[in-house]
Write a new protein. Structure first.
Length: 52
């Protein structure tokens, strides 16, 4: 088989280019985390009320 070597050239990435994407991900992540914590707490309270 032939020896294939891939050459990848990386360009400069500026913070201004990626920050909106990163901030959108961070906000989605924190919203999901808070929702999960609240849902878990409510489920535990509900189970406690049912089982006495």
């Amino acid at each position: 088989m032939e020896d294939h070597r891939n050459q990848i050239e990386f360009g400069a990435v500026k913070a201004e280019d990626i920050m909106p994407e990163r901030l959108a991900f961070w906000h989605s992540f924190t919203r999901a985390t808070i929702f999960t914590i609240v849902a878990t707490a409510l489920l535990l309270v509900f189970i406690k009320l049912i089982t006495g």
